[in-house]
Design a protein around this ligand. Structure first.
Ligand SMILES: [Zn+2]
Length: 387
């Protein structure tokens, strides 16, 4: 019967070992795989390393390291477990795997870069288990969500479902700007609030609901009117803006400020039985002014008049905004950049329209001058009023 030493020598005979300095020099070339136990990993690891404990390797690795031909450098504490893990990966069909000599101990002793990884508590692992099961999200994506900051413009029809799902998904910071109080006529569609909260500030009501979903959440409340005087300060530092506003002046203001700060805006709008959603990613895709260069006259602008809306409709469009936000935060899939998704609840149909960047756009076009943060008057007329 072979001794453990014989098994190790047999494994080492079939793999390539590499000096830690060689890996450190070409760190962007390799995906690092840490096969130590969770307690070891949490004490310190190579930044960016994928962590799969040796005992879970066979069943987890194919869901985590999708490209079997990508270069992988495996490390453990001292170079023994990584040698066996490297052999296992080769047996599973990975073609370019090396084992780091001396493991993390040597890495650390020789002064190479390491850090204490951001990790999830047992409670968080349980709460976000359905995300962790998705290789495209996983622990790395979930931690990214914890560290993300999303600003919601309005705690109304669209902001309600978007905020509920973003909080539930584990987004760490939600900013909410809304200067209204909860009115009984809101409850038909604004599901952040309820009848007990009629008369309460909307930002307060939103915070109570969202903290119930996610006690780790940080809520920044802005109980004020969004204007040219404060928008740049408010949006600063947010990763994504979810626009649930219902009027043209604010949308132009948000567009221009977001271009200036290069923050993507997930836009949604609703009218009667129809809704639309798209993503304005500054200088990557079209902006709001590329899509709607001039506001319609006030009498034709549905948002400036009182128009009815089916109560469920914002639930659908706001949820689509939440999906697009998470995709942007995690760089997943194909965002609605340059595409307008249009939903008709009576037909029960979705359609997508192309929206192109306008080379002569006054805000993001090639010859656009410096962006001015100015407000439009309440009549939705295209005459800027300097703040
Ligand atoms: Zn534009």
């Amino acid at each position: 019967m072979p001794s453990p030493r014989d098994l190790l020598n047999a494994a080492k005979a079939e793999i390539t070992e590499i000096d830690p300095h060689e890996v450190a020099k070409n760190i962007s070339h390799y995906t690092l795989l840490d096969v130590r136990e969770p307690e070891e990993y949490e004490q310190g690891a190579v930044p960016g390393a994928v962590h799969i404990a040796r005992g879970n390797l066979e069943f987890s690795v194919e869901g985590r390291l999708l490209d079997k031909n990508a270069p992988i450098a495996v490390y453990c504490a001292g170079g023994v477990r990584s040698a066996f893990a490297t052999k296992t990966l080769q047996d599973l069909g990975y073609t370019d795997v090396v084992s780091v000599i001396g493991g993390f101990n040597k890495w650390k002793d020789e002064g190479l870069v390491w850090a204490k990884p951001a990790t999830m508590s047992a409670d968080q692992r349980n709460r976000y288990q359905r995300h962790l099961l998705l290789p495209e999200v996983g622990e790395k994506g979930q931690i990214k969500l914890f560290e993300s900051k999303v600003l919601l413009l309005g705690a109304g029809g669209l902001g309600s479902p978007a905020a509920l799902y973003l909080a539930a998904a584990g987004v760490g910071t939600l900013g909410i700007i809304d200067m209204d109080v909860v009115d009984a006529s809101n409850i038909q569609r604004q599901v952040l609030h309820n009848m007990d909260r009629v008369g309460m500030r909307k930002v307060e009501s939103a915070k109570i609901t969202l903290m119930g979903l996610n006690p780790d959440l940080k809520v920044n409340m802005y109980d004020e009117r969004l204007g040219a005087n404060n928008i740049l300060d408010i949006i600063d530092g947010y990763d994504v803006i979810v626009d649930g506003t219902d009027n043209f002046p604010t949308r132009y203001l948000v567009n221009d400020a977001a271009l200036l700060k290069k923050i993507p805006v997930v836009h949604g709008s609703i009218f009667r039985f129809e809704g639309q959603a798209t993503v304005f990613n500054p200088y990557v895709g079209p902006c709001y002014r590329c899509m709607i260069p001039e506001p319609p006259p006030a009498e034709l602008a549905p948002s400036c008049a009182e128009a009815g809306v089916l109560g469920v409709l914002p639930g659908i469009i706001g949820s689509i905004q939440a999906v697009e936000t998470i995709k942007l935060l995690l760089e997943l899939g194909d965002p609605l950049v340059g595409r307008l998704l249009s939903y008709d609840s009576l037909d029960q149909s979705f359609r997508t329209f192309k929206v192109r960047r306008d080379p002569s756009c006054p805000a993001c076009g090639e010859n656009a001058g410096p962006i001015q943060i100015a407000e439009y008057d309440d009549l939705c007329m295209p005459h800027p009023v300097q703040a």
